[in-house]
Each structure stands twice: as C-alpha cells, then as structure tokens.
Write a protein that binds this ligand. Structure first.
Ligand SMILES: Nc1ncnc2c1ncn2[C@@H]1O[C@H](COP(=O)(O)OP(=O)(O)O)[C@@H](O)[C@H]1O
Ligand SMILES: [Mg+2]
Length: 113
C-alpha cells in the first residue's frame, strides 16, 4: 500500500503507559530503514520519543521549543505561519534510520512512560 501513496500521516494517541511511544518509535525506524523519509512529531507534554528513536541523551535537550507564533488564526481556522520545511530547518533533530524528530514541548526533565 505504501508504494501507492506519496505521504502518509499517522497519529498515535491513547492511555498513558499503553505503548504509544514504543510503537511510534519502532514504526518510524522501520519505515525509515525501508527508505521512506519519516518526520516523527512528539506532541506529548512529557516527550520521550527521542529515546526510542535512538537520539543520544546529550542531544535531546538541544532542540529549541516551538514558538507560539507558529500558529496563525484565520477566519477559516488555525494554520501554520511557516511551512513544515521551514519549521524543520530550525527546530528538528536528525535521528538514526532516516527519521527526523520534531518535539512540540520541552519540560525540564522528561521521563519515560
Ligand atoms: N509490547 C510491549 N511489551 C512489553 N512492554 C512494553 C511493550 N510496549 C511498551 N512496553 C513498555 O511499557 C512502558 C510504557 O510504554 P510507552 O511506549 O512509554 O507507553 P506510552 O507512550 O503509551 O506512555 C515502557 O516501559 C515500555 O518499555
Ligand atoms: Mg509516551
């Protein structure tokens, strides 16, 4: 099926401790190893996807937090003020296996779970 689509968006949400981060990280890395470009976005308020993606611990704190003015209100709704490419250029972190990580929030101490 993947051969017939140019882009696939997958959202994983659910109960805490149910395996969301483990499944997300594993899927991202497997797709990346198969040659797909993967943008993994960690929207958890306690983000730790970086760990599962294999980003070294010392790299994790280096990604700048996404600024609030990235979102713009229009009469039709909310939209991004920049393109996803521009956002990734300034705010993403390269991870192993062809995966790029974008972290939406940065608490001081992210744990697992
Ligand atoms: N298939 C699995 N079998 C056993 N333990 C798992 C499995 N998937 C995840 N875990 C463990 O369960 C805990 C919670 O997983 P995690 O992916 O962090 O969940 P979530 O992101 O939903 O909070 C972690 O300690 C993780 O290592
Ligand atoms: Mg998690």
């Amino acid at each position: 099926m993947l051969d017939t689509v140019s882009a696939m968006k997958l959202v994983i949400a659910g109960k805490g401790g149910s395996g969301k981060t483990s499944i997300s990280g594993t899927m991202a890395r497997l797709l990346g190893r198969d040659g797909y470009g993967v943008l993994a976005i960690d929207a958890d308020s306690n983000p730790n996807l970086a760990l599962t993606l294999g980003v070294p611990a010392e790299e994790m704190g280096k990604v700048p937090t996404l600024p609030r003015d990235l979102l713009r209100r229009t009469p039709e709704g909310t939209e991004l003020a920049k393109t996803i490419e521009e956002i990734c250029k300034s705010h993403s972190l390269p991870a192993p296996d062809n995966v790029t990580l974008l972290v939406m929030a940065h608490p001081q101490h992210a744990g697992t779970g």
